[in-house]
Write a protein that binds this ligand. Sequence first.
Ligand code: ATP
Length: 286
Amino acid sequence: MSSSPPHPPPPEAAVGSLEVHGLSVVYGRSVTALHDVSLRVPAQGIVAMLGANGAGKSTLLRAVSGTLPLHSGAVSSGSISFDGVPLTGHAPASVVAAGVVQVPEGRRVFAGLSVADNLKAGRLGVVGRGRDDARLALAEVYDLFPVLGERRGQAAGLLSGGEQQMLAIGRALMARPRLLLLDEPSLGLAPLIVTRIAEVVRHIHQQGTGVLLVEQNAALALDLADRAYVLDVGRVRLEGPAEELSRSDDVRRLYLGEQPESGDDRETVPADRDTGPVPTLSRWSR
Ligand code: ATP
C-alpha cells in the first residue's frame, strides 16, 4: 500500500521559492497594514524590501513567519507559499518546519540565557533531524561567528548589540533554513559591524540559503540584493533588479538621501506617473 504525500509536488517555477500573492493584513478591526502585496523570492535569491517607518515591512515578515497573531494581526486576503507548500495563516512552528526562519527586528535574544542555550533554542520546532545535525549546525554557527563560541557560556544580555545580532542570526541558522527572513539587521549598529553583517548575509546566501531582507538602510540592502521592492504605506510602489533601483533617481532621493546629479540623463520616474513606458524600472504604480 502506498501513502500519498501531504502536498502535491510544486510546479517547477515554485521550487524553493517564496510566493506572496495579493496579501492584505489587518491589525484589530481598523488598521490595514498591507494592501494587495505580491512578491517573489526565487530559490536561493536575495530580495530586499525597502520602505520608511510604518510602511509595513515587519508586517510582511510576520505574515510569512506566522507570527501575526502574536501582534493581534491577521491575513485578511491573499496567499503565501514556500516551495509550493501553502503557509498562509500557519503557526510559526510549521513555517520553520517548511524551512523558513525569521530573525526578528531588535535581535530579541534571551538575555538571561547563555549564548549556547540561545542557539539551542533555535532548534525548537525543528523536527525529523537528529542530534548530529544539531551538532553540525552549532559547529557551523561557531565557525561563522567565532565570538559566539568564545562566549558560549556567558549570558546573552552581556553581549554587545552587534554580537546580539550575530547571535540572533546564528539562532535562526540553527534550524538550517532554506529561506531566512531578516528584519532590519543593521538597525542601531556601528558601520564596522554593519559591514560584518553584510558579509555574513553574503556568506549565508553563497551557502545556498534564500534571503528576504527588510531594511531601512537602502544602500546596504540594494548592494546585497538581486531584486528589491519598495513598500509605501502598505503597498508595493516599486520593484525591479536591485542594481536598477539603486540607479533610480527616486530611490536615490527618497531612500539614499542623494540629490540627483544635474544634467543626469537617466530616467526619472515621477511619483504620480501613471501612463507610458517605464524605461529603467520594472514597475511603478500610484
Ligand atoms: P518600522 O521600520 O518602523 O518597523 P515597518 O515598515 O516595519 O516599520 P510595520 O511595523 O509593519 O512597519 O507597521 C505597518 C503599519 O501597521 C503601521 O501603521 C503600524 O503602526 C501598524 N502596526 C504595526 N503593528 C501593529 C499592531 N500590533 N497593532 C496595530 N497596528 C500595528
